[in-house]
Design a protein around this ligand. Structure first.
Ligand code: NAD
Length: 294
């Protein structure tokens, strides 16, 4: 059994930063790394900006600013050697199979042979992400799908592969339940796993309904929020929170991997979402999506 004391989160986007904060709040030594931005003098600017925004984000009292401040910032080029010291490395970069594969190939070069490895993918095949790596690396790897925002969402889906050592899955499950306050569900490696497959289908149906009836996003949020016992953020605010580019990756993943024609039709990227993406409006991360955030 590995005692999880130090963790590294790779990718300081919407999820990576919030997962890192959740780990820091749980008292773990936490590293947060991102890529080196092009033409940028500060090589750690992406991760540093992410931490800054966490400290500013509401509701602030739920995070201890001193704990969030303790997160160690780094980048994929200069700081990878630190990964040899940590007990769990979680990848949370953009939802793209080949980018995740390339990053894990780099991680393998510094891996200490013991630590837990995981991906926060929303639904790309966990087997495919890890396929080309060595057997022992694969044995320590699984999908760990946190939901957004990880501070509040209790669900954590674990997706072991056929190579994952049962002891690794058990270790993560126990740690997530006892230290991270999660309710763990172990799922199979199907496109978008369980909750996302169902959740995105519901959103797709709403877009189809909006083609027939003149609902605005605010009306949909009103109807699909507290009235149905769901949070106020409901449909469109959730899309803005998730990121419209990430949502588009997620529906594409089902479209490309389902063998069910009805499902392939149902998971077309909604025109309104594609239009916003083309305009660079990706939701809260660009301060503009279905709603504007000033
Ligand atoms: P994001 O777009 O906010 O951040 C993506 C991160 O990937 C950025 O920090 C970026 O610098 C990095 N990145 C982009 N291109 C890269 C490259 N070529 N090489 C290395 N790094 C690169 O994405 P996110 O919403 O944080 O999603 C991260 C992961 O978590 C994805 O797999 C996503 O599917 C999953 N996820 C997202 C949500 C959500 O609500 N957004 C929920 C659950 C899981």
């Amino acid at each position: 059994m590995i005692e999880i004391k130090q963790v590294a989160v790779l990718g300081a986007g919407v999820m990576g930063r919030a997962i890192a904060a959740h780990f820091a709040n749980a008292g773990l030594t936490t590293y947060l790394f991102d890529r080196v931005p092009e033409n940028e003098l500060n090589r750690n600017i992406l991760a540093a900006n992410a931490k800054e925004s966490l400290l500013r984000e509401k509701p602030l009292p739920l995070f201890s600013s001193s704990l969030v401040s303790s997160i160690h910032i780094g980048n994929f080029e200069d700081d990878f050697h630190k990964l040899a010291e940590v007990d769990w490395i979680i990848e949370a970069v953009v939802e793209d199979e080949s980018i995740k594969q390339q990053l894990l190939a780099k991680v393998e070069q510094v891996w200490n042979g013991k630590s837990i490895l995981s991906s926060n993918t929303s639904g790309i095949s966990v087997h495919k992400i890890i396929n080309d790596r060595s057997t022992s690396f694969q044995q320590h790897f699984l999908g760990t799908h946190f939901f957004n925002p990880p501070r509040y969402m209790k669900l954590l889906e674990l997706i072991p592969t056929k190579h994952t050592l049962p002891a690794i899955t058990q270790e993560v499950q126990q740690f997530a339940e006892e230290r991270l306050g999660k309710g763990v569900v172990i799922g199979r490696d199907t496109p978008n796993f369980i909750a996302n497959r169902i959740g995105t289908y519901g959103i797709q149906v709403i877009f189809q309904a909006m083609e027939k009836w003149p609902f605005s996003p605010a009306m949909v949020d009103e109807l699909t929020g507290p009235l149905l016992g769901r949070p106020k953020s409901a449909t469109f605010r959730t899309l803005d929170l998730v990121g419209l580019d990430t949502y588009a990756h997620v529906v594409k993943n089902v479209r490309e991997h389902s063998s069910d024609q009805a499902e392939i039709t149902a998971f077309q990227t909604p025109v309104a979402i594609q239009k916003l993406i083309d305009e660079g409006a990706l939701g809260e991360k660009t301060k503009k999506g279905f709603y504007r955030k000033n």
